[in-house]
Write a protein that binds this ligand. Structure first.
Ligand code: MN
Length: 246
C-alpha cells in the first residue's frame, strides 16, 4: 500500500507500528508538523526503507512556533520531501493568515531554488491563496494537494496548473469529495490517510488502510481494484523518478 500523507510520528507508539508498516506498505510519506519534529522523526525512521520523512510546518501551529521558521527554510535543501505545509483560511486562524501566506511563499521559493521539491500541501479554506502562490512561484516543484476541499472552479484551476492530489478515505466517502475526485485524472491521484488525525469511529486509520481509498477510486472511476493499484504504483514511480531526473 501507498500512504502519501500520514503523521506517522503522532501515533501513540510509532516504533511499535514500524514492522507492520514495512510488511504492508511500499511507500509512506511521513509528514511532520514542525521543523523541530522533523529533525527527531527523520532520525527515528531513517532505516525504514518504505518510509520517507518530510519536513513540515503545519499552518495551524505556525504562529505559536514561528521561531522555527529559519529551521524550516534551512531544512528544505536537506530532503526531497516537504510537508505538511500550506495555508489554512479557517476563521480560527484568521489572525495568522498573513504570516501563513508569507511562510508558504518562502517555502515554495526555497524549494524552487533547491531544484524543485515534492510538497504535501494543506489548503483548507485557502485553495485560491495556495494556487495563487503556486502559479506565481512554482515551476520545478511537484505540489501534491492533500485532502483538497476547494470549489469545483478551484479544482479546475489546480488541474490546469498540473498539481497532484492525495485523497483519504474521509474525503472519498463524502459526496463533495467523490464528485471532485471524479474530475481529477487518475494519473494525478495518490492515496493517503492523514492518520492518526483521520479516524473511523474514533479509531485512527492505519497507513495500509489506503486500501479503502483504492476501492473508492475503483467505484468512482468504474475500473477494477487491481487496475487502480497498478495506476497508483505507476503514479508513485513516475513522481519519484521525475523528481530524481531533475
Ligand atoms: Mn495532515
Amino acid at each position: 500500500m501507498i500512504d502519501f500523507h500520514c503523521h506517522l510520528d503522532l501515533y501513540r507508539d510509532p516504533i511499535a507500528l514500524l514492522s507492520e508498516v514495512s510488511r504492508r506498505c511500499e511507500f509512506v510519506l511521513a509528514v511532520t508538523t514542525s521543523p523541530r519534529a522533523w529533525v527527531k522523526t527523520s532520525k527515528v525512521f531513517q532505516d525504514i526503507a518504505c518510509v520517507a520523512t518530510a519536513i513540515g510546518f503545519h499552518p495551524e501551529i505556525l504562529q505559536e512556533r514561528i521561531a522555527e521558521r529559519d529551521a524550516l527554510i534551512a531544512g528544505i535543501s536537506q530532503t526531497p520531501f516537504i510537508g505538511e505545509v500550506g495555508i489554512d483560511g479557517s476563521p480560527r486562524y484568521a489572525n495568522s493568515i498573513k504570516m501563513q501566506e508569507e511562510v508558504f511563499c518562502d517555502v515554495i521559493q526555497e524549494s524552487e531554488r533547491c531544484g524543485g521539491r515534492i510538497l504535501s500541501i494543506h489548503s483548507r479554506n485557502a485553495a485560491t491563496k495556495v494556487l495563487d502562490i503556486l502559479e506565481k512561484y512554482s515551476v520545478k516543484n511537484i505540489p501534491v494537494l492533500h485532502w483538497f476541499s476547494g470549489s469545483s472552479n478551484e479544482l479546475d484551476r489546480a488541474i490546469g496548473l498540473g498539481t497532484w492530489f492525495s485523497v483519504n478515505p474521509i474525503m472519498a466517502s463524502a459526496n463533495k469529495g467523490a464528485s471532485l475526485i471524479a474530475k481529477i485524472p487518475l494519473s494525478k491521484l495518490l492515496p493517503e490517510t492523514d492518520a492518526p488525525f483521520a479516524q473511523n469511529k474514533g479509531v485512527p486509520y492505519m497507513p495500509w488502510d489506503t486500501s479503502i481509498v483504492i476501492r473508492q477510486f475503483a467505484n468512482i472511476f468504474n475500473i477494477s481494484v487491481a487496475d487502480v493499484e497498478l495506476e497508483m504504483k505507476k503514479n508513485l514511480k513516475y513522481l519519484l523518478e521525475t523528481y530524481r531526473d531533475e
